[in-house]
Design a binder for this molecule. Structure first.
Ligand SMILES: Nc1nc2c(ncn2[C@@H]2O[C@H](COP(=O)(O)OP(=O)(O)O)[C@@H](O)[C@H]2O)c(=O)[nH]1
Ligand SMILES: [Mg+2]
Length: 312
């Protein structure tokens, strides 16, 4: 029988194949065409990294560290730079590997935020499926009351995931009331996990922030340590825009505890992950590499770097 981890690694490689091709393709072409290691090589390497969406600052620092390492280790041929680069990149993301630990609280309350279309509801559905399969009692809260379709979509995911229930009100109602009801239900029905969906767009940005803050206050009033996780979902296909969105959310709403980076399968911009962790210093909890219920995984730094550098 094929081992589960091998299967997943292949899937991850497939998911990251666009980024792998652009990123490694550029690096291989650069390193192959050279006899020695000189300043020009480092400058071109920096350009390749910027093109892979690492962002100027991150690319610059990575290359600076490579220069130093090459000098220290007296490297004068391009070959070894590949593995040096690999370990530099691993070092950047490794500290931000910190998977969700929902057993720390019961019920564990999680709010899921992000702009429209980034994959909030899908990620919630995938998480509900994962934890339900583990035998956890999972309750979903339809806190995106802005559109009727959003409530229906969450219900459909709840059914597919086989979770314990979906708390919903009519569209247009106050999402804080949905949150309140879901906490009461979670207590009386002894749920392990409550995942709260939220709207990604309202009439104005101020309105959205005020609504999210109110939801958070309602939760804390009921359960002083909650929410235990505020997960911000970012769409990797938007590259540097995802980073800008994350900065804006982080400034407007304090207390984002984790990130989920979705749609890595649909983009060559997977290098954005390095800018995101460097600039935000928030753990990457999860990565999404497809629309299917199985296509969500804990972020594992070594595995991610391996998939970026190797072909399955
Ligand atoms: N390819 C791909 N599509 C995804 C992924 N995550 C979500 N999507 C798709 O992105 C679209 C928007 O997702 P949705 O969950 O409705 O976003 P929301 O508005 O933030 O709730 C849907 O078509 C999802 O199937 C992913 O990891 N990979
Ligand atoms: Mg949604």
């Amino acid at each position: 029988m094929e081992s589960k981890s091998t299967g997943w690694f292949q899937r991850l490689c497939q998911g990251l194949s666009k980024t792998h091709t652009t990123f490694m393709g550029g690096i291989e072409r650069l390193l192959r065409g050279r006899a020695g290691v000189d300043e020009e090589l480092f400058e071109e390497l920096e350009e390749v990294l910027i093109l892979a969406d690492l962002g100027y600052q991150t690319a610059h620092e990575v290359v600076e560290r490579l220069r130093e390492a090459a000098r220290r280790q007296k490297i004068n041929e391009p070959g070894p730079l590949r593995s040096l680069l690999r370990s530099e990149l691993l070092e950047i993301v490794k500290p931000f590997q910190s998977p969700l630990e929902i057993s720390a609280h019961s019920p564990f309350i999680m709010m899921v935020l992000g702009v429209n279309g980034v994959g909030k509801t899908t990620t919630i559905g995938k998480l509900a499926a994962r934890y339900s399969r583990q035998g956890k009692k999972v309750l979903l809260a339809a806190g995106d009351t802005f559109r009727a379709a959003a409530i229906e979509q969450l219900e459909i995911w709840g059914q597919r995931a086989g979770c314990s229930g979906v708390i919903k009100h009519r569209s247009g109602s106050d999402p804080s009331a949905v949150v309140y009801d879901s906490i009461q239900a979670a207590r009386s029905r002894h749920m392990d996990l409550v995942i709260i969906d939220t709207a990604g767009r309202l009439h104005t940005k101020d309105h959205l922030v005020a609504e999210l803050q109110k939801m958070k206050r309602v939760i804390s009033k009921e359960l002083p340590e909650a929410p235990h996780e505020i997960l911000l979902v970012l769409d990797a296909t938007t590259g540097q825009n995802a980073l800008q969105q994350a900065k804006q959310f982080n400034e407007a709403l304090e207390g984002i505890t984790g990130l989920a980076l979705t749609k890595l399968d649909g983009t060559a911009k997977g290098g954005i992950i390095f800018s995101i962790v460097r600039e935000l210093a928030i753990p990457i909890r999860l990565i999404g590499v497809g629309e299917g219920i199985e296509d969500l995984r804990d972020f594992e730094a070594e595995e991610f770097i391996a998939a970026l550098f190797e072909t399955a």
